[in-house]
Design a protein around this ligand. Structure first.
Ligand code: SF4
Length: 343
């Protein structure tokens, strides 16, 4: 999809035409301009030729059907991954990528092993949500979800490939279209952005006035361990990241999520749990525990269930706000930290 080109192709038409065209793409989720029946045959042909709506993708569905991963092939033939998670309560969350690869090199993350290739454009970010909206339109039109209006993407998380704050402007522009009542119409509170701790990005988001959810990839309770797992911690040390988060909370009064992936014998010890308690004892801090998802060739393993239970007991005893996140799509390498392409 090249929606920038739409403006160019429709420049001699009335303003209303562009609005109508966007409505076909972002609301009706057509995948061919022939479905834009209110347009003349000539215009449909021209649009099919100059702004084709086809999205090239390979799709994998998890064993239990609750997650679908799409490997989308972009126009320069690079690939990105994105996943749809279908929750039991009817929500449909898409985890989108914002870069091809990632320069951050977190050791536990498959994307980190790819290095950085390029930033995604606004259209390429939106394309991932369009893809799954088309999929939902075609495949999950159960009466129940249709009557609830839930047969479309309801939530978007920027937790796929890449660091959103290294592609800040395009991510923010994409969020505005996702939230636009005349486009995807996704509630701003259902959109989350996750950063590994790029302080300038946290500051800019705090000043943007956008009520999106902020998540921080924490993964270690002290600088020494965090530096080993996430090289970016050398540039943005934990105390400075937490200071930026506190300023963000002061400004926005919004809750902040902290992501903590439990890795066997690395960050799942009693000592780590106790250190984490010290960090998390703040009113609007909320902790998300994630089971480590195996990545091919990784030096790490998932914590045992017993270990996770003990870890959680320490947090519970100290009244830390936390949840253990449900594991979506690990059998199709669609879970946290498993996105990788070109391998
Ligand atoms: S965890 Fe996020 S920031 Fe770190 S390498 Fe993976 S995609 Fe990049």
């Amino acid at each position: 999809m090249d929606l920038e080109k739409l403006k160019e192709v429709l420049k001699d038409e009335s303003k209303y035409r562009l609005k109508e065209a966007r409505d076909f793409v972002f609301v009706k989720f057509i995948d061919n301009w022939n479905q834009a029946t209110s347009f003349s045959k000539d215009l449909r042909d021209k649009l099919n030729k100059e702004c084709p709506l086809e999205i090239k993708a390979d799709v994998l569905t998890s064993r239990n059907g609750d997650s679908i991963k799409a490997k989308i092939i972009l126009k320069d033939n690079v690939e990105i991954e994105t996943v749809l998670m279908k929750h039991k309560d009817g929500r449909n969350t898409v985890c989108v990528s914002c870069q091809v690869g990632c320069p951050m090199g977190c050791l536990f993350c498959a994307t980190g092993t790819m290095g950085f290739i390029r930033n995604l454009t606004v259209d390429e970010i939106l394309e991932q949500v369009v893809f799954f909206n088309r999929h939902l339109k075609k495949t999950t039109l159960s009466e129940q979800s249709e009557s609830n209006g839930l047969n479309r993407v309801s939530n978007v998380t920027f937790m796929g490939m890449g660091e959103p704050f290294l592609n800040y402007d395009n991510v923010l522009k994409a969020i505005k279209v996702l939230n636009d009542a005349n486009a995807f119409n996704i509630s701003i509170r259902n959109i989350s952005v996750s950063t590994c701790g790029v302080i300038e990005g946290i500051e800019k988001l705090a000043n943007s006035g956008l009520q999106v959810n902020l998540a921080i990839s924490l993964h270690a309770p002290n600088n020494k361990l965090r530096e080993q797992l996430m090289p970016i911690n050398k540039r943005y040390p934990l105390d400075k990241v937490l200071k930026a988060v506190d300023d963000y909370i002061l400004k926005t009064k919004r809750k902040v999520m902290f992501e903590y992936v439990l890795i066997k014998d690395i960050n799942d010890t009693d000592e780590c749990a106790k250190e984490l308690v010290e960090l998390m004892h703040k009113k609007l801090y909320f902790l998300n525990l994630i089971t480590f998802n195996t990545v091919k060739g990784s030096q790490f393993q998932a914590s045992s269930n017993n270990r996770i239970e003990t870890f959680k007991k320490i947090l519970k005893k100290e009244k830390i706000n936390f949840v253990q996140r449900y594991r979506f799509g690990d059998d199709i390498q669609a879970a946290c930290g498993q996105f990788v392409t070109g391998k």
